[in-house]
Design a protein around this ligand. Structure first.
Ligand code: NAG
Ligand code: NAG
Ligand code: NAG
Ligand code: CU
Length: 670
């Protein structure tokens, strides 16, 4: 009996350590590895040698890997031949925007150019936290707070990028809004309304201040979400689950390279993109080798336009990757809750404004989970025989969480032994709430641009458009994009008793213009094929994009935010691979004017047949808030699937056996 008790506690201990464990120093390098702590320091030293801080004001706004050329990465994969190892840096030096390339092997500045076009780089975390403290020492603001009878010590402020609305002025500024933290940590639902504050980020001072209408600050009541501060009764009650892998995890992570089941891929990180999946390939038992699928996949931009055109709100049209840094906004995962007990974690390095590396622990987790049914059949037609075959599935998830202000984005990449990759996005966090002096819908007279989700609280209408950069290399680099339209054929010659049927017509999409696709209007299949590789029956090997419900923007094309976020005009785009075309909203998105977007690049209308091509897919959500989103919304999920289509000769998991049954040590009740 004692033995069993020990076993149980051992097991608990094992979970505890597994939950908190981080992968140690890199054991193996990959040319797409994110910059290491040492490399970031080297970038900092190299740049500050050229521009000593004694005489220069130097702020680092982006530091990341300058992707080595694809040919050299692919050569590395097959032969181990060395690639270049450069860093790309965007720094504001004495108020000028510099783009620098630094050779990490020789510690040399290879190039140093000044950006003179529109738009500004990603904001640093430090300048945001400095700016949001400005109002607290700004006389007129202190007055405004007093006038409202609020306690200044309970005020916190948050920074919001200002967008661009046709003005010719070109200054790095930030709008600031303030909230009450009194009696609740849920600040976003307690805005202090009616105040407009604009801070100049270069001078770090308030340059514009207005106090207009005074609406009451919504109440703190019912806005708390911390379990430790909520009062009983709690519920509904959920029962515990076990999670135990007696054979240990089915995957291995060496450095940033993962191998699991039939998959091999690389997990990268970038302060702007967040997690990057690279060089994903799947083992094909028919040919006894791994075949390439996805060279790189990541979130290129996230566009969130709010739909309240009033003076206080119109500017809220955010680009979370380019303005705030999707990777820079990643947060530590909570072992055992964000990820199951058997997950393994990776840390990442952010880069401070001064260029120093900043470790973010447990930023990415990797774990296996029960994947439901892989395939099944019950054969009922054969008399006297009971045939029932079911295979259960296990899938592998790579997870990170990006928290930009009020919203939490849970970003998953799910891999399946069947060859499918399922990127998924789940939203949680708080609505952005507008304070109004209204407690019931009956009192609403004017358009409120949202839903009254609680007393005095309008959850404002908005959208979320995530655009994925999906650089497919289906069984080789040169691919084509094929649209297969399903169409009705009418039978009018009485050759059939039927009056109609449907069939398909496939079109190899020739150019970027033809590839622009608005989904949801007519049935079609979108497949990336390798026209140079065919199956034994002559089908081109491919992967198809199975989209989620299609979302189309409702803003007019000439509206300023829509010009900047024009990549949301189509659900699918295809471009020829071009190393510089990474950011669908442009390299400089803060106050951009829409002159460097996917919509502009594709005007070149380049050919995309039998070439290295990139698919861009937009996952959109129109968000009409509801009361359940308040005070904090339960996960809202969406996603899509990349699924092999004539890639394998037959069902690739036909011979994959279900995982064995886990026998738990018989635990004694405590
Ligand atoms: C204002 O808030 C501070 C900090 O929470 C608190 O110590 C102080 O008592 C408050 N003052 C008033 C007048 O409520
Ligand atoms: C809010 O509305 C109520 C009733 O309409 C009014 O009495 C009150 O003065 C208003 N409060 C503010 C702060 O405007
Ligand atoms: C790569 O893209 C940029 C931006 O669209 C363009 O200026 C450049 O000509 C492209 N390069 C090639 C080789 O197509
Ligand atoms: Cu939303």
């Amino acid at each position: 009996m004692k033995l069993f008790r020990n076993l149980c506690s051992l097991l608990a201990l094992f979970f505890f350590f597994q939950g908190g464990v981080s992968i140690g120093p890199l054991q193996l390098t990959h040319p797409l590895d994110p910059l290491t702590k040492q490399e970031i320091t080297l970038v900092q030293t190299t740049l500050l040698n050229k521009y000593p801080t004694k005489t220069n004001r130097v702020h680092f706004h982006y530091v990341g890997l300058d992707d080595p050329d694809k040919v050299t990465v692919l050569k590395w994969l097959s032969t181990g031949a060395e690639t270049t190892r450069n860093a790309f840096v965007i720094a504001i030096i004495n108020s000028q925007i510099h783009e620098l390339t630094i050779n990490l092997r020789s510690s040399e500045v290879v190039s140093d150019k000044i950006h003179r076009g529109n738009g500004f780089p990603t904001l640093t975390l430090e300048e945001q936290s400095e700016a949001v403290k400005l109002p607290l020492n700004h006389g007129p603001f202190v007055e405004s707070v007093k006038k409202r009878g609020l306690n200044l010590s309970e005020v916190v402020c948050s920074g919001f990028t200002v967008g661009w609305y046709g003005q010719s002025e070109n200054k790095r500024v930030l709008r600031i809004e303030c909230f009450m933290k009194e009696e609740t940590p849920n600040i976003y639902v307690r805005p202090i309304n009616g105040i407009i504050i604009v801070a100049d980020l270069e001078q770090m001072k308030i340059v514009e201040y207005h106090d207009k209408l005074v609406e009451p600050v919504p109440k703190a009541e019912n806005t708390e979400y911390r379990a430790s501060h909520l009062k009983p009764p709690f519920g509904p009650k959920l029962h515990s689950f076990g999670s135990h892998q007696p054979q240990g995890p089915g995957f291995t992570i060496k450095g940033h390279s993962v191998s699991w089941a039939n998959w091999k891929f690389h997990i990268g990180y970038d302060v702007r993109a967040g997690v990057i999946i690279s060089t994903a390939s799947i083992y094909d038992p028919e040919v006894h080798k791994s075949r390439s699928v996805l060279y790189r996949g990541y979130i290129s931009e996230l566009y969130v336009p709010y739909q309240d055109p009033t003076e206080e709100w119109y500017y809220k049209t955010f680009f979370d990757a380019g303005e705030f840094g999707f990777g820079q906004s990643m947060v530590s995962l909570e072992p055992l809750h964000d990820c199951p007990p058997h997950a393994q974690f990776l840390d990442v390095y952010l880069v401070g404004r001064d260029g120093s590396p900043q470790q973010l622990e447990n930023a990415i987790c990797v774990f296996e989970q029960y994947g439901g049914i892989s395939w099944r059949h019950t054969e009922t037609a054969i008399a006297d025989e009971e045939i029932r075959e079911v295979r259960s599935d296990v899938t592998l998830i790579v997870r990170s969480v990006v928290t930009v202000g009020n919203y939490d984005n849970v970003m998953d990449w799910e891999f399946k032994p069947s060859g499918s990759i399922k990127p998924a996005i789940s939203l949680s966090g708080m609505l952005e709430v507008k304070a109004v002096n209204i407690t019931h819908n009956d009192e609403i007279k004017d358009e409120q641009h949202g839903v009254l989700v609680a007393e005095h609280s309008i959850g404002v209408y908005h959208d979320h458009y995530y655009i994925y950069h999906l650089d497919f290399d289906i069984d080789g680099v040169d691919n084509s994009f094929v649209k297969t339209n399903l169409k009705t054929v009418e039978v009018s010659d009485h050759s059939s008793k039927r009056k109609s049927y449907w069939t398909t017509s496939s079109e190899i999409v020739k150019t970027e213009s033809d590839a622009k696709t608005k989904l949801g209007f007519s049935p079609s299949e979108l497949v990336v094929v390798n026209p140079n590789k065919k199956t034994s029956t002559g089908n081109e090997v491919g992967y198809r994009l199975i989209p989620n419900a299609a979302v189309h923007p409702l803003l007019t094309d000439d509206d300023y935010p829509q010009t900047r976020g024009a990549f949301s005009n189509y659900n699918v785009w295809v471009t020829p691979y071009n190393k510089t075309e990474k950011w669908a909203g442009g390299l400089y998105v803060d106050q951009s004017r829409g002159d460097d977007t996917l919509a502009v690049w594709t005007k070149q209308n380049r050919g995309i047949v039998n070439k290295d091509i990139v698919v861009w897919y937009v996952v959109g959500i129109h968000h009409v808030p509801c009361q359940e989103d308040f005070p904090l919304m339960p996960l809202l999920s969406t996603g899509f699937e990349l699924r092999p289509t004539n890639f394998f000769e037959r069902n690739p998991v036909l011979k994959t056996l279900s995982p064995g049954i886990v026998k738990w040590p018989a635990c004694e009740k405590p």
